[in-house]
Design a protein. Structure first.
Ligand code: VAH
Length: 318
């Protein structure tokens, strides 16, 4: 049985659907600090869970006798920069609790790191798997500490911890909340609704990105990988593409020719983006567990616009 925290989040909400398809609905327990009228809650076991409450997490894991924990609850980069102390307590407090529950249950463990774990001194082009990590954001500090903590629980307690460094993730089910790469999601919604988008990230700002279906498959592939093949454990660099705002706009114009792109740069999120790599090197993930991404900017844009058009039309119709 798999316990997923942060199940109503951008990754969590689609990860639940994917896992329930792969392993059966009753074997995937969704949890989040709040409930919602979503299929995540209705189509399988759901528990209210505050990840900063260790006892509550232990009791939930015990109730379902879980053997895998996928810890997805976190405050993303921009929100964490706005409330750094809250971010530390949630991101690190939640992670320690989840790791402790995994240790007491001998459970396999997954949590994502991020390209946000790199800083301004890290090589920006084809950032290596093993390199300097001096992030200048609270989110980045949380992600580096999290990577090291997950490695520690493997070497010290033998917990089968695994993780990836996700790039910006683009999805059409649950919009992200409080991320720096969110512009790459918002742009598609606005393109459908208003045929124009005002980006808070400046033109020319390259960041790694990946379409959510590829991110979800990467989680399943890593968790099912032969442990003996894993030289790294947590924090595998994974990416599908690297682009800057003008490139997304140009791709959207192939479908919506009249699409207009404007810029109103948000200094805080621009500073975060500037401290991150332009493109990271995923070769360790490819070699050690066969990572691959199916979507590039062109196929992602086509799929996003199709899915959002259908979704927004039904909303308008309702
Ligand atoms: C964020 N979407 O923007 C997340 C992610 C690489 C970016 O960590 O904070």
């Amino acid at each position: 049985r798999i316990l997923v925290t942060g199940a109503l989040g951008q990754i969590g909400s689609e990860l639940i659907t994917k896992l329930r398809k792969e392993y059966g609905a009753d074997n995937v327990i969704a949890s989040d600090i709040r409930t919602a009228d979503k299929e995540v809650v209705d189509e399988g076991p759901f528990e209210l869970l505050n990840v900063t409450d260790a006892q509550q997490m232990y009791d939930t894991a015990k109730k379902y006798n879980v053997d895998t924990i996928m810890h997805m609850a976190a405050l993303l980069s921009a929100k964490a920069e706005a409330s750094p102390q809250l971010a530390w307590n949630l991101n690190m407090g939640g992670l320690v609790n989840a790791l402790e529950v995994a240790r007491e249950h001998g459970a396999q463990f997954f949590t994502p790191s991020s390209i946000g774990s790199f800083g301004p001194d890290t090589p920006k082009k084809l950032t290596p798997q093993d390199t300097l990590q001096r992030p200048t954001t609270m989110y980045g500090v949380n992600k580096v500490a999290g990577e090291l903590l997950c490695d520690y629980y493997f070497t010290r307690f033998g917990i089968d911890t695994r993780g990836v460094r996700f790039p910006g993730l683009v999805s059409n089910v649950t919009p992200p909340g409080g991320g720096t790469t969110d512009y790459a999601v918002e742009i598609y919604y606005e393109a459908i609704k208003n045929k124009t988008y005002t980006s808070f990230i400046d033109k020319g700002t390259y960041m790694d990105m990946m379409y959510m279906p590829d991110a979800l498959q990467a989680i399943v592939d890593l968790m099912e990988a032969e442990p003996a093949r894993l030289k790294h454990r947590n924090a595998f660099n994974v990416t599908a593409m690297s682009f800057e705002p003008e490139q997304v706009a140009a791709e959207i114009r192939k479908h919506i020719p009249e699409f207009v792109m404007n810029y109103a740069v948000d200094p805080t999120r621009q500073a975060i983006a500037n401290s991150w790599p332009d493109s990271i090197d995923p070769s360790a993930a490819i070699e050690e567990w066969g990572f691959s991404a199916a979507y590039d900017l062109s196929s992602m844009t086509k799929d996003m616009l199709e899915k959002l058009k259908a979704k927004l039309q039904t909303k308008i119709l309702i």
